[in-house]
Design a protein around this ligand. Structure first.
Ligand code: SF4
Length: 340
């Protein structure tokens, strides 16, 4: 299964490569390395990857997610298709990877499949993460026809009881049906994409299900199973807990707020990617849940002007010289040792 997904990923990346994108990627890497070596900020390119939030609304109440826990301090809503089209125009042909997910459940956007189609017309690698409650066979077929590249399903439990401990309000049977709908649509249409990924967040209450989840992934014929350590924000005051098996936990044993690995003054994401909320805030990364560090609004000012603005430079300068001064970076794994 993992070998199959590797081949598909390689194929998907080769498909989106153009001279422009390769040149842009080389520039991104060079400017990043130069900035790290000198401690000065060098920009002058477009990021390789962008995440756009179709909607910040969600049907579930996951306790460690600011949307689910009801603590997101920015307006709820969904991006208009017209605004999205303008935005794609701003991002241009250098962009390689478009993730259609930030906060909220992306498939709750009524025009989600059209958004994928428009992005694929630009030749972008398209990806999204879903809780899998809105993929009827019709929607699955549309996404397959749109040639979406990667679709990640959150399946954090083997039984309804275990699943709903984190995915509060969710229905595991619906998620399984959604996965089947996509796998079946691919088979019917004789397509290899989207790459179907089953993602399993490991907690104390579900870590005993790892063997079972591997079996389930195999029986559903998904392309990949990803085990992921969960981020804890303590919104739910201990409603769920990190796993006892410390190798599946991103935090130092017994200290749910201390991320393993030393904090280093760099962040690759600041050079190669950006995040845009449904109402246009250009944010440095997905850890900026309330867009408090936003560089501005892409519906008021062009993306690239904001990307190279003084606010963007100042933020990156802090990252390179004093990252510990940014609170959200303390709970982030970026630049630390590899974790599941
Ligand atoms: S939280 Fe900080 S270190 Fe993590 S991705 Fe965002 S800016 Fe980078």
């Amino acid at each position: 299964m993992q070998w199959r997904s590797f081949v598909l990923e390689a194929n998907a990346i080769l498909k989106v490569l153009t001279i422009r994108r390769i040149v842009n990627a080389i520039r991104v890497v060079c400017f990043y390395v130069l900035s790290r070596i000198t401690g000065k900020i060098y920009l002058g390119y477009k990021p390789m990857a962008v995440s756009i939030e179709p909607t910040s609304i969600c049907n579930l109440k996951c306790p460690e997610c600011p949307t689910g826990a009801g603590v997101l301090n920015r307006p709820r809503g969904q991006m208009e298709l017209k605004q999205y089209e303008v935005l794609l125009g701003q991002l241009g042909p250098q962009l390689m990877y478009l993730n259609l997910y930030v906060q909220g459940e992306p498939m709750m956007h009524p025009q989600f499949a059209e958004m994928v189609l428009l992005a694929r017309k630009q030749g972008y690698y398209t990806s999204c993460s879903t809780n899998g409650h809105f993929l009827s066979s019709g929607v699955a077929e549309k996404l397959v026809e749109a040639d979406m590249t990667r679709l990640i399903f959150s399946v954090d439990g083997l039984t309804q009881d275990s699943y709903q401990k984190y995915r509060v309000g969710g229905d595991l049977s619906k998620v399984i049906d959604s996965i089947k709908n996509v796998v079946e649509a691919k088979r019917r249409k004789k397509r290899r994409f989207p790459i179907v990924v089953m993602q399993f967040l490991v907690f104390e209450h579900n870590e005993h299900e790892l063997d079972g989840i591997r079996q389930l992934a195999k029986s559903l014929d998904v392309d990949k199973l990803e085990l992921k350590s969960a981020q804890f924000n303590s919104f739910a005051q201990g409603g769920v807990k990190p796993p006892v098996n410390n190798s599946l936990n991103r935090y130092v044993e017994g200290q749910s707020k201390v991320v393993k690995g030393s904090l280093r003054n760099h962040c690759w994401r600041q050079w190669h990617s950006a995040v845009i909320t449904w109402n246009g805030a250009l944010s440095p990364c997905c850890f900026d849940k309330d867009a408090t560090h936003a560089f501005g609004n892409v519906f008021d000012t062009d993306f690239q002007t904001l990307n190279k603005s003084e606010i963007s430079f100042d933020f990156k300068d802090l990252i390179i010289n004093d990252k510990k001064a940014i609170a959200m970076c303390l709970n982030c794994t970026e630049g630390r040792s590899f974790l599941p």
